[in-house]
Design a protein around this ligand. Structure first.
Ligand code: FES
Ligand code: FES
Length: 170
């Protein structure tokens, strides 16, 4: 006797703001935000490293806060404001590149998104070092000194000045 196919979950309508533009689509309740961004909405900048919330390569901003998009069911982003690496002006990346903060680049999109939050949050910078605030973003190339130097200069608004002139707690 033929088996009955499993009933499919009903799709959920999601409306959100993505990099300043309204977006609306329907998703399965199990779809991850990372997959929605990469494969449904054509934004491959957010990377998948571990897929389990450990590495931060998939970091995006959700209502201004960094989240691991591999752990967020897309339907939970309904009504939110999402910003991805594609929404960051290339001019903002100059300091990072000048300080040698990228090697293979796999961690860079997530690093930049977390750094955007760090830069927008002076209270957090008062109570934690930059290295502590960036602890959720792992770099398998272990380029942490370059990353922290580049971010410190970027946050301080020092353009492409040498990282050793950036000052501040690391
Ligand atoms: Fe999401 Fe590693 S891929 S935290
Ligand atoms: Fe390669 Fe960070 S630059 S993982």
């Amino acid at each position: 006797m033929p088996s009955t196919p499993e009933p499919k979950s009903p799709l959920i309508l999601v409306s959100l703001t993505l990099n300043g533009h309204a977006a609306e689509f329907s998703v399965d309740p199990t779809e991850r935000l990372l997959d929605t961004l990469r494969y449904r909405l054509g934004l491959p900048g957010s990377k998948e490293g571990c897929g389990e919330g450990e590495c931060g390569a998939c970091t995006v901003l959700m209502d201004g806060l960094p989240v691991n998009s591999c752990l967020v069911p897309t339907f939970q982003a309904r009504g939110s404001v999402i910003r991805t690496i594609e929404g960051v002006p290339p001019s903002e990346l100059g300091t990072l590149l000048a300080c040698g903060a990228t090697q293979c680049g796999a961690c860079t999109p997530g690093v930049v998104m977390t750094a955007n939050w760090v830069r927008s949050c002076p209270e957090a910078r008062k109570s934690h070092t930059l290295r502590e605030l960036m602890a959720g973003n792992l770099c398998r190339c272990t380029g942490y000194d370059g990353i922290i130097d580049g971010l410190q200069a970027w946050i301080d608004g020092l353009g492409t000045n040498p990282p050793n002139d950036a000052g501040g707690d690391r």
